[in-house]
Ligand binder design. Sequence first.
Ligand code: PMP
Length: 442
Amino acid sequence: MTRSLAKSNAHFKRAVTRLPLGVASNFRYWGEDRTIYVKSGRGARIVDLDDNSYVDYRLGYGPAILGYADPRIDEAAREGMQIGGVFALSTEREFEVAERIAKMVPAAELVRFSNSGTEAVMAGLRLARAYTCKDDYIILEGGYHGLFDAAMWYTPMDSWTQKGDPEIKPYSEGVPLSSRSFAHFVQANDANQLEDVFKRHASRIACMLIEPIMGNCLGIAAEPEYLRLARQLCDKYGVILFIDEVKTGFRVARGGVQELYGVQADLCTFAKAVANGYPISVLAGREKIMRKLGRGVAHGGTYTAHAVSLAAAARCLQILDETDALERIADYGTRLRAGMHALLGARGIAHSFVGHPSMSGLYFAAQPPRNYRDWKSSDYSYYDATARVLHDEGVLCEPDSREPWFVSAAHDASCLSDTLRAFEVAIDTTLKAGVTAHKVPA
Ligand code: PMP
């Protein structure tokens, strides 16, 4: 397939005169020549300004769980519009959606809504701090929890000397360095390190913030034993276990990652799959903690629980809860993995899949990574090169291997065959271009 991005490129030149990087979010800028502008999305496919059609595995970073423009959700949203907007007052449906969430996620005894993942996690961290009267928090290397200051730290491995803890740096300029000491970083799946941090700092730690399947780091999964230990340590040391399900929620299981692992959070957040792309997020948790909202802890927002998003959420969650949509999504993901595995295996290319079939990380080494350091120290040039060819061949995955491949209920047999055809072209083109992949040991 020869892909022209002539119209997207021309639009970029116009857009950049009014929008920094020509886009509305830094992550949408893929370079002057490769930034895509979308014309429309339907089901699992999107079409760009140049009429290139793509099977999409980004799904807006996860929200389009039922597929773009799902008629059932859009109909619900239109019905929500009849209510009339936001009133700075509550509407009846908030309770209906909260009831549904509580049914699906046992730890969600009480529920509050926000508009984005960032807002919900930010509110949760504030609540955890208020409830415990402590300020610090544990965060996992490679995790992502949004664009508010407290979540904007990372551990740059490039300068790490393999000894001791890596330095903690802000993702962005403008984050006050004075707040850095509140964050304690741990590696995923290192129980000894986690216990050590609890022993040394628990008297200052309000919560442990964790994505048990790291939706922003290849889908690297916590080992069940690790998550069980985290739960135990939180109980022992009076620390809130805060599970960020912004990506995994209502996707990896009806009750999210908590159901998958059989672990209950004290606080948890949801966003992407709640309303099939209409903006709404959820902070939920144990009653005794959540009751502090409004009793000392601030929470709110002008657009919170907008009637349109709420109506979409009610319908979307009903579908996810009452139909086999999630089973079909996981089944497609499993078949996608099997198809890729056959193509890669036939060429002796070492690989593994990470995370859950509904949000799979593709890793080009036989041994899957256990933590961010494994991914960071791996050679992802083969993935990066393959992804570029996939885009040219009509399959949209994130150019950065850290982002898993998201599957929707609208991915069907034609998507699968188009994807595998493109994947075969992409891996061969990448090999021919001289980008080496690890070989399966003979
Ligand atoms: N938490 C997690 C786990 C996320 O993946 C994201 C976004 N990718 C966020 C929080 C922030 O969500 P938003 O982009 O909606 O603010």
